[in-house]
Design a protein around this ligand. Sequence first.
Ligand SMILES: [Zn+2]
Length: 448
Amino acid sequence: MSSHKKGSSQQQSNKPSDRTSSGTGDASGNPDRPPIDRSRILGAEEPQRSLSERVMALLDHQRKHWPMLVEGYESLKTVETRSFEFDGFVMTVQCNPGRIVSSSAKVDDRSIRERRCFLCMDNLPSEQRGVDYGDYILLCNPFPIFRDHLTIAHMRHIPQRIRGAFGPMLDLARGLGERFTLFYNGPRCGASAPDHLHFQAGERGFMPMDIDWERMVDRQGEWVIDDSRLRAARVDDGLRRYVILESGDKAALEDRFERLYRSFAEVTASMGGSRDTGATGSRDTGATGSRDTGTAGSRDTGTAGSRETKATGNVGTEAAGSKATGADGTKDIGAAGSSETGSSVENEGHGITRGNRGDEEPMLNILVSREPDRWRVIVFLRRKHRPDRYFLEGEEKMVFSPAAVDFGGVCILPVRRDFERITAGDLRSMFREVSAGPQVLDEVVRRM
Ligand SMILES: [Zn+2]
């Protein structure tokens, strides 16, 4: 795991001039934006400071003055992790038994309607402060997975949708600089507040994918576009299927992302309900020569190359420290931010979240990081919210509800028993089950 230390990029390359408008319908100056409670905003009197600097000051302040956050970071020291090595990449699993209760939170439509939104300004805990940036407010996540874990909420209570928010996401990534990786969970892909637009960010280098991505393209993928404005790669690493976009040209990136989004929506719509085969299916239906053979609940015993290492206790400053999280009751008491890697229950009967219903966005999770001269965007294509084993009872049950951080290579398991027994084969079969099939990836890339 030595290769997965904190990212080498500590410098803050962003400048105040990065505070550009979003270039989308959500641009700054939106008259619908509610008045901000200025007492909530930290560092507003120092607009010359970069976003990254203001955010680090925020983390510093909140770690001293917000007991809930102090407690959250304290628990990072006791979490346990295990690592699994696959063909060219690493997956870490981690557990925090103190968060077992968190796995039972309800985020179905009704529960969402009836709860007080924990991302709305009016509901934030009294100790919580934020940094404003255009239409967004950056907050400390009180249930941290990362050492520096931010929740970035839109000022208004508008639904979680990436369309129209991708440009602002790029702006935020540029503003935060190389220190952070930003991520987005789709409303049916792990977002615990599907009703309130938000991103999260954590220190770059924590998720193995921050480091592994280039090797993944070399070994298990290919560059499919490479021109002067942008390059794009497709990767099928045997667990996940994803597209990587890289460019320093924001307009080019937005344009290609829109094409990717539309293609994915079309492909999944055209495949209809067969996108996944229902409650039992982790099969890639319709995929000729499907590489997915694992069915849900079956242990994929082909654990090729799954060397395992185990770490316990305080694993210091590296990837180990983390909190098994997930939606939980506590986050709904008005704490801004939730880890989202856990267990938001959507209105799904038995893990069937397939098919596009009306204008719902195609199922995806996104990571965005920033190099000095360009962005890197990794889009994980999904077909299912949760593996079937999540819904089983008894021995086969496993509480694993993957979102962006899990796809980035840090899998959160809130149940200790799951943490102790999970195998590389389990990870492989569950990721395959919730990832888009290889044929979908092929078709999306062909059309985008
Ligand atoms: Zn809200």
